[in-house]
Ligand binder design. Structure first.
Ligand SMILES: *Cc1c(COP(=O)(O)O)cnc(C)c1O
Length: 356
């Protein structure tokens, strides 16, 4: 995580970094991610309870709620613990306006969010300045950062919504407004500097918001290795059984795999109850004793089965890497029709975590 955080900084010289650790630190554990990201300038997440937990764990630098407060109690909690939050819509703006905070409360530092085409959260560009003025008028509001979240930061030439158009909308909506900018997620960090140059635009993010890259996952476009990232999480297990099967024999539920000839099958103690995707098809890559082979048959709750054809030495106890060092999570995710983010976040509580 430290290495990956340094990569993020190197891509955006001078920018401050929100280390994003929502969803239990992308599956790595909140406290573990907090320690791994100790050098970040602030930590950003979604869950108000976990923001409070970070304070209890001793995090004294800024904390940002990426979706802002959900109710008045969250606003009070933000004021009491110096937690920043996004403001992304009319209802939330009204919540901030109607907050009755103790006179001694620290002012709320907020990220006013613009919708630049994602159409999930944020004020439309033409309504942004008015929302900004309403926030500025509030005595209990401190610094207002101008924020957006790009729909296609990794595709400079997206046919529907190119990054240039998103940047143009942001610049139009934010024109003349004071305050730092907070624009880029991992994809933006890797792809936007180029995009901004293409436009000839001077778009500098004062804050960057890396998430997936901090854990060594690729945000898309290139592999994590090509981006210079290292995997933070390795999901490993062992073979707990080896079966010799003959032509015509089948493996697992539904007998989905049928052998063409005699072969050996390894049974790995890892299944969908551990967070391995059940929809991983036959052929999904896996490492056994450091050698690449493939998943065969259906993934079950506690086990999955692998082809040991090229692995005559493999036996019960052989080490298996499902993803992480030596087996990029993005490759497994692609085979399974998903993204590394989902695999990381879905790591199940029963998996024993060992810090190496
Ligand atoms: C999750 C999130 C990020 C981090 O995104 P990555 O793609 O993981 O880098 C940044 N900004 C916001 C608003 C987010 O919700």
């Amino acid at each position: 995580m430290q290495h990956n955080l340094a990569r993020a900084r190197a891509c955006a010289p001078g920018a401050r970094v929100w280390g994003v650790l929502k969803a239990n630190g992308y599956g790595h554990g909140l406290e573990r991610a907090m320690r791994g990201l100790a050098d970040a300038d602030g930590l950003a997440l979604i869950e108000p309870d976990n923001a409070l937990r970070l304070r209890e764990l001793g995090w004294t630098k800024p904390i940002l709620l990426l979706e802002g407060p959900f109710d008045a109690a969250d606003v009070a909690m933000m004021a009491a613990h110096g937690i920043n939050g996004a403001v992304h819509g009319e209802e939330q703006l009204a919540l901030i306006e109607s907050a009755r905070l103790p006179a001694a409360a620290k002012p709320l530092n907020l990220h006013l969010k613009m919708n630049t085409g994602m159409n999930r959260l944020g004020f439309k560009p033409e309504r942004f300045a008015a929302a900004h003025a309403r926030l500025r008028a509030l005595p209990h509001v401190g610094e207002i950062t101008l924020m957006t979240h790009f729909a296609n930061a990794d595709e400079t030439a997206h046919p529907r919504l190119p990054i240039g158009e998103q940047v143009r909308r942001f610049n139009a909506g934010a024109a003349g407004l004071p305050g730092p900018l907070s624009l880029a997620n991992s994809a933006g960090i890797f792809h936007m500097p180029g995009a901004a140059r293409t436009l000839g635009a001077e778009l500098v993010s004062d804050w960057i918001r890396p998430g997936i890259m901090l854990y060594g996952g690729s945000p898309g476009g290139k592999s994590a290795e090509e981006f210079g990232l290292l995997p933070a999480m390795t999901l490993s297990s062992e073979l707990i059984s080896v079966q010799d099967i003959l032509a015509g024999d089948c493996v697992g539920y539904g007998s989905r795999f049928q052998a063409d000839g005699p072969m050996r099958i390894g049974v790995v103690a890892c299944g969908y109850a551990d967070g391995y995707p059940r929809h991983a098809p036959q052929g999904t890559p896996v490492l056994v004793d450091g050698v690449r082979t493939r998943v065969v048959g259906r993934v079950s709750m506690d086990m999955l089965t692998v082809d040991l054809s090229g692995l005559p030495q493999a036996r019960v106890g052989s080490k298996v890497v499902l993803w992480g060092r030596g087996m990029p999570i993005d490759e497994v995710a692609t085979a399974a029709g998903t993204i590394g983010y989902e695999l990381m976040c879905a790591l199940a509580p029963r998996v024993r975590v060992v810090e190496a």
